[in-house]
Design a protein around this ligand. Structure first.
Ligand code: ZN
Ligand code: ZN
Ligand code: ZN
Length: 162
């Protein structure tokens, strides 16, 4: 049985859309930039290290440092979103502009996307905005994921009363 995990080939429509956005931002459409976008798209919530490893499989001549530079540039352009979970390295994803939130498991560090009920930023209304034009509100849900809860259920209950 074939067990090699192979990312799906890049959707040509997606690549064309990325190329348009790069040109609109005054960037050249390079194999390096497209390879970074493809790697992040294939594995949402990847660390910079994961992205560098994936990109270097396709383009062995690119340096890890170059991948990091491309990641931060694409993030600044809004083509990638960077999420910094508590106590773990930053994660990148191509799902931008929908103001989705992240749920973080305090036990195992798993990160899950959670759709924003409002769908646009900022989705929280402050009591007072102090004259600022508010752009976004960072919402991170902290919890215990289903896998960790199931592992709890498989164990004798821990004493929690006290
Ligand atoms: Zn967990
Ligand atoms: Zn996400
Ligand atoms: Zn929201």
């Amino acid at each position: 049985m074939e067990t090699t995990h192979r990312p799906a080939p890049a959707d040509p429509g997606r690549t064309a859309a990325w190329s348009d956005r790069l040109r609109a931002a005054g960037r050249r459409v390079t194999r390096q930039r497209l390879a970074v976008l493809e790697a992040v798209d294939a594995h949402p919530h990847s660390t910079a290290e994961d992205v560098a490893a994936a990109v270097r499989t396709a383009l062995p001549t690119i340096t890890v440092q170059s991948v990091y530079v491309v990641l931060s540039d694409l993030t600044a352009l809004g083509m990638l979103r960077k999420f910094e979970p508590p106590a773990s390295p930053a994660l990148y994803e191509t799902r931008t502009d929908d103001n989705h939130h992240h749920a973080y498991c305090v036990r195992c560090g798993a990160v899950t996307d959670i759709d924003c009920a409002v769908g646009h930023a900022p989705c929280l209304t402050p009591v007072e905005h102090h004259g600022m034009h508010l752009l976004s509100a960072d919402v991170v849900y902290h919890g215990v994921c289903a896998d960790c809860l199931a592992a709890d259920g498989a164990r004798p209950a821990a004493a929690s009363a006290g």
